[in-house]
Design a protein. Structure first.
Length: 154
């Protein structure tokens, strides 16, 4: 069963659920043929020789959402639920432009934002970037910040 993941940057990444179930740690040994970079390039074609020849670009060195999801699946299967959740959030965040991520990081710092700004960011993550797991995490942080007086008065 194959599903496509359409990321915000226009890349279409293939995710094969049957291969995901067969993969084991480390992924580069068990699933090297199916792992891709953010560019869509197969990871097993990214090499020092290719870089020296000028054939490797910055997005060839960025991890793809599908690879992060594969890692999350392995972490979950191994009993590392918190790590799996972190990897799922990381997969979602691959759709967010780097400048926006830096802005969001600044908003998340205690005392930097109002409760409304935090909840607006969560809404944007969910609606614009299709990141419901990360949005829930931000909403939870907003509640904790509010209960501990860590939100900016606004």
């Amino acid at each position: 069963m194959t599903q496509q993941d359409h990321s915000q940057n226009g890349n279409v990444q293939q995710e094969d659920a049957s291969q995901e179930n067969e993969a084991r740690y480390p992924l580069m040994e068990s699933a090297a043929d199916s792992l891709t970079a953010a560019s869509g390039r197969k990871l097993n074609t990214v090499s020092l020789e290719a870089a020296a020849a000028g054939e490797v670009h910055a997005d060839d060195l960025q991890i793809s959402a599908s690879t992060l999801r594969s890692q999350a699946t392995l972490a979950e299967q191994a009993g590392y639920a918190a790590l799996a959740q972190n990897l799922q959030r990381a997969a979602e965040l691959t759709a967010v432009p780097n400048q926006e991520l830096l802005r969001m990081y600044e908003i998340m710092r205690p005392g930097r934002s109002t409760y409304a700004e935090l909840t607006q960011m969560a809404e944007r993550l969910e609606q614009e970037y299709h990141a419901p797991i990360t949005a829930a995490f931000v909403r939870e942080a907003a509640e904790v910040y509010r209960s501990r007086n860590l939100v900016r008065r606004g």
